[in-house]
Design a protein around this ligand. Structure first.
Ligand SMILES: Cc1cc2nc3c(=O)[nH]c(=O)nc-3n(C[C@H](O)[C@H](O)[C@H](O)COP(=O)(O)O)c2cc1C
Length: 180
């Protein structure tokens, strides 16, 4: 299984990007995962699209299409998911052949707060209803108090979170191989 990771945070020390990196270390042998940097994706503009998709958008669409599954790590901003993520999804979703159709997707999220990005994840889930992404129902991965769960280098140190990310990756593998 080849997984593409998307982080809704662009900052270097992002807890969400760190959670994606932790996933890479938990993959079963034979599976692989890369993280797409959303920084070069411009703000959505239909006039720009009419002249052809910008190169970073083409790359994003191709990498989503090529991946067997996606893991999306979302921060929670004002009880929702960040514009960075919505903007990237909006670009990638434009016809022809939007690449989320039928794609197995796992949502995760990390926050210093107590609600674990649950509100952001439920809104993100709603977006994939329209796009027909196959978002895993469980396990849900809500990483709350996340500033205490990663060390200064961004390595995941919390064993319960390691376990829940491992279960998520196993469920994503099963969904991707058509067993669910
Ligand atoms: C504009 C903004 C709004 C935020 N709103 C929320 C929120 O609604 N819920 C929450 O748990 N954290 C909120 N936070 C705190 C983020 O969870 C925190 O900055 C987190 O570290 C962002 O993810 P990152 O580490 O991957 O960049 C907000 C942060 C920003 C910048």
């Amino acid at each position: 299984m080849q997984i593409l990771g998307l982080s809704g945070s662009l900052r270097k020390d992002s807890l969400n990007t760190a959670a994606l990196r932790a996933c890479i270390g938990l993959l079963p042998a034979g599976d692989s995962m890369s993280i797409f940097d959303l920084s070069p994706i411009p703000l959505y503009n239909e006039d720009v699209r009419a002249q052809g998709l910008p190169a970073p958008v083409e790359q994003l669409r191709e990498q989503i299409r090529a991946a067997d599954a996606l893991v999306i790590a979302t921060p929670e901003y004002n009880y929702s998911f960040p514009g960075v993520l919505k903007n990237a999804i909006d670009w990638a979703s434009r016809p022809p052949e939007q690449p989320f159709d039928g794609k197995p997707i796992a949502l995760i999220g990390a926050t210093p707060g107590g609600m674990g990005t649950s509100r952001a994840q439920y809104q993100l889930r709603q977006v994939f209803i329209y796009l027909n992404g196959r978002v895993l129902n469980r396990p849900e991965v809500f990483i709350s108090g996340a500033q205490h769960k990663f060390d200064a280098e961004g390595r995941l140190t919390d064993t319960a979170t390691v376990e829940s990310l491992g279960k998520m990756l196993a469920a994503l593998g099963e969904a991707t191989r058509g067993r669910h």
